[in-house]
Design a protein around this ligand. Structure first.
Ligand code: NAD
Length: 246
């Protein structure tokens, strides 16, 4: 039998970190070789692992990339809320080590990505599009990384531009809705793990695609699957759709 894959978990004390510790304990193919939290000295943790998994905070990424490049380690990145500069640094690092960057590791959400692209292509520009996402009150970034990815997919399918055509909420006398606009709405409430709806509406009909996560286990199991898939891949940036072969 292959020895278990050794994982360095960054952000281990967080909600997702704890879910990954639990999922890894139930998976004989992996083991957590070290856990790092805010303020911990990494010591030899990067050198002594096979894959690094990061579910912490966007501002951690500079240090993680530097250590992974020094030690030539693949990275599974689940953290969201990166700036354009931070995303640029991730893309640059992916020319040297393999990286999976996924705003959402659930199989259901990655199927939602596929269905959203297909629906936008089939329904065409006659249908208005709105995205509604709901998360727990402690979430730090908005809109969610998953909602941003949905908007990117819709922009690609409709030949739109994220910065010009995605509008975040509405207030005041905003006037009639431009047909090419994509509305984005972030709800923050209670302990909701994560819900995403893509709404397509035209005169006389409405189609809604909705995914509801009821437990973080789905993200944790997906992140472990991504870690196993990533070992042996050449340096590049990969999505969860690549991991799942969608
Ligand atoms: P959280 O606030 O519960 O946990 C984050 C943890 O990271 C905390 O324990 C914090 O101390 C730690 N941390 C912060 N800075 C650090 C540093 N420099 N070094 C090491 N640890 C550090 O948050 P969460 O709900 O677990 O979410 C974490 C991230 O994962 C967020 O960006 C969230 O949006 C994202 N997320 C992604 C998915 C996915 O499927 N990709 C799913 C859920 C959450």
């Amino acid at each position: 039998m292959e020895p278990p894959l050794r994982l360095l978990l960054i952000g281990a004390a967080g909600r997702m970190g704890k879910a990954i510790v639990l999922a890894a304990a139930a998976d004989p193919a992996v083991e957590i070789s070290a856990q790092l939290n805010r303020g911990d000295a990494p010591g030899s943790a990067f050198a002594d692992c096979d894959v690094v998994i990061d579910f912490s905070h966007a501002d951690t990424i500079g240090d993680v990339i530097a250590a992974c490049l020094t030690n030539r380690k693949p990275i599974v990145i689940g953290t969201t809320g990166y700036s354009a500069a931070q995303l640029g640094a991730i893309e640059q690092a992916a020319t040297k080590v393999p990286i999976v960057l996924a705003a959402n590791f659930s199989v259901g959400v990655n199927t939602l990505f596929w269905l959203t692209r297909k629906a936008a292509e089939l329904l065409g520009p006659e249908f208005d599009i709105e995205i509604i996402e709901t998360h727990h009150r402690l979430k730090k970034d908005a809109p969610s990384g998953t909602a941003k990815r949905l908007a990117e997919i819709l922009c690609e399918a409709r030949d739109l531009t994220y910065d010009a055509d995605v509008t975040h909420g509405r207030a005041g006398t905003v006037g009639e809705r431009p047909s090419q606009q994509i509305g984005m709405h972030s709800v923050r409430a209670g302990d909701v793990v994560g819900e995403h709806t893509v709404l397509f509406a035209a005169p006389g009909e409405r189609l809604e695609l909705t995914h509801k996560a009821t437990s973080r286990e789905t993200f944790a199991v997906g992140a472990l699957r991504a870690a196993r898939w990533l070992t042996g891949q050449p340096a590049a940036i990969y999505s969860m759709e690549d991991v799942l072969g969608l």
